[in-house]
Design a protein around this ligand. Sequence first.
Ligand SMILES: [Ca+2]
Ligand SMILES: [Ca+2]
Ligand SMILES: [Ca+2]
Length: 86
Amino acid sequence: MRKLMLAAIALGALSACADGPMLLPAPDRFDTAWETGDDADGDGVEDENDCAPQDANIFPGADEICNDGEDNDCDELIDGDDPACA
Ligand SMILES: [Ca+2]
Ligand SMILES: [Ca+2]
Ligand SMILES: [Ca+2]
């Protein structure tokens, strides 16, 4: 089943490159989210820029919470490693 899906995706990409008719009825959900800039958790940051697209409390520009083990502000620095907690 996975091989079939990959083949179908490859076919879709090829047909798009050739500017031919689309063979697939719809793109998969991830492609749709990426293309439309969906914000799944409603935190105001598009999923493609959000390090936690399913958590509305975590987004670039959020306050770092210094004792929860999460990278709350999406700068890849967690708790004590984040300058916000210095
Ligand atoms: Ca988020
Ligand atoms: Ca944190
Ligand atoms: Ca951080």
